[in-house]
Design a protein around this ligand. Structure first.
Ligand SMILES: [Zn+2]
Ligand SMILES: [Zn+2]
Length: 138
């Protein structure tokens, strides 16, 4: 195997490592992701919790309640505010990592857009990609 994939927040206090390859990026255009990212969408990749390890610092979290009612903990750096990952209390076996925090995301590909019904009008959504007006089907 290759060396672990690493990333962290802007100030460097929070660092993490992933010991399996990550490839697919899912853009989420929900209103909560817009607020938390301060942007038009958040760009995420799902990672099994067992492969994800915080190697420095302790992220803070905000307990978000999306429309689905499933509480989601949104983890961020308490010093610089970088949004790093989220985890649903219902599915603790997965974390949803913000790919902008990876040190290197070469080789990764945007494959899907979700919650396109709330996409900002100035966001470009590639019609060639898979897209869902709300969450992707399970
Ligand atoms: Zn930080
Ligand atoms: Zn979202």
């Amino acid at each position: 195997m290759t060396k672990p994939i690493t990333g962290g927040c802007l100030c460097g206090k929070i660092r993490y490592a992933i010991d399996q390859p990550v490839e697919k990026i899912i853009a989420c255009h929900c209103t909560h992701c817009q607020k938390i990212s301060g942007s038009g969408a958040s760009f995420n990749t799902p990672v099994p919790s067992s492969a994800f390890k915080i190697t420095a610092g302790t992220p803070k979290f905000f307990a978000d309640t999306p429309d689905s009612g499933n509480i989601m903990h949104r983890y961020f750096c308490g010093d610089c505010g970088s949004s790093i990952y989220s985890q649903r209390t219902k599915t603790p076996e997965m974390v949803v990592l913000k790919v902008g925090t990876l040190d290197d995301s070469n080789g990764m590909k945007l494959v899907m857009n979700i919650w396109t019904k709330s996409a900002r009008p100035w966001m470009h959504i590639d019609p060639a990609l898979q897209g869902y007006p709300e969450n992707r089907p399970v």
